[in-house]
Design a protein around this ligand. Structure first.
Ligand SMILES: C[S@@+](CC[C@H](N)C(=O)[O-])C[C@H]1O[C@@H](n2cnc3c(N)ncnc32)[C@H](O)[C@@H]1O
Length: 260
């Protein structure tokens, strides 16, 4: 596949920004990978002509925009990360633990976090944020093909999910803890005072500058001693004095608070 030229990248970033996505945050290679197959499939060689052809065609615009919001996710993705997190969950005050799952995609990560609290009878809630209305609709429906549980620990699956006609649904007390919010992480994190922020499988799409900004914003959104969980794929873009490494494999970091 060819590479996008700088002026094409600029045109696409501008288009994305007009659609409400902070185009400058996304890496060039990612933009090209997501754009070119669709553009060439529609018979265009020129990014400008292709983007111009979308004017007045909202369904086509939405279809293109959705290519930049990759929803791949699973329940307890990288189970070892969840075990590591379970072992180091901070103590919460009377209000319970406040967990952020961002981006949450179709909800599997947020419901996994909810099960984590539920299984140890920890009071708390999970704010589940994503930019995609389609993904959040799936979360609100809370109905997943039963095979989504294939890799989940059997006891957890049996205790915290109800199976019905080929579908798996988190039980009501797991659902009740999850609060979905449509949110663009280009604007920062949705709220403050979190004890845990799961920020997984987003950095892979972002420029180094956008990653660094989000990490700084994560610090501001966490309580002192709160945990940032990046998971197996990503790591802190730069090691600062503000973070302690809690688990190097699971990429769990503790916000020391204040110091930068
Ligand atoms: C690969 S999923 C990650 C889901 C989950 N964190 C996980 O690790 O399984 C990436 C999600 O990022 C969302 N996303 C991309 N850019 C975003 C932005 N600027 N603000 C909020 N969500 C965004 C997409 O809609 C998509 O659902």
């Amino acid at each position: 596949m060819r590479r996008l030229q700088p002026e094409e990248v600029a045109a696409l970033r501008e288009w994305l920004s007009r659609q409400g996505l902070r185009g400058a945050d996304y890496r060039e290679e990612f933009l090209g990978r997501r754009l070119l197959p669709r553009m060439e499939g529609a018979g265009f060689d020129s990014v400008r002509d292709y983007l111009a052809s979308l004017r007045g065609r909202p369904a086509e615009q939405d279809a293109l925009l959705s290519r930049f919001l990759v929803h791949t996710t699973e329940f307890f993705r990288n189970p070892e990360v969840w075990e590591a997190l379970r072992a180091v969950l901070p103590r919460a005050g009377p209000g319970g633990l406040s967990v952020l799952s961002a981006p949450c995609s179709t909800g599997e990560e947020a419901f996994s976090a909810s099960v984590l609290l539920e299984r140890d009878r920890l009071p708390g809630r999970v704010v589940a944020a994503d930019l995609s209305g389609t993904a959040l609709k799936r979360l609100r429906e809370g109905r997943y093909p039963a095979r989504a549980l294939e890799k989940v620990d059997r006891e957890l699956a049996a205790r915290y999910f109800k199976l019905d006609g080929g579908w798996a649904m988190p039980v009501p007390r797991v659902r009740a803890r999850v609060l979905p919010v449509r949110w663009d992480l280009g604007r920062g994190l949705p709220g403050k005072g979190f004890h845990v922020a799961l920020l997984r499988n987003l950095f892979i799409y972002l420029t180094a500058a956008a990653q660094a900004r989000l990490v700084a914003q994560a610090g501001e959104a966490l309580v002192a001693g709160g945990l940032l969980v990046l998971g197996r794929v990503e790591r802190l873009p730069q090691r600062g004095e503000a973070w302690d490494v809690v688990d190097g494999d699971a990429r769990i970091y503790r916000w020391k608070g204040g110091a930068r």
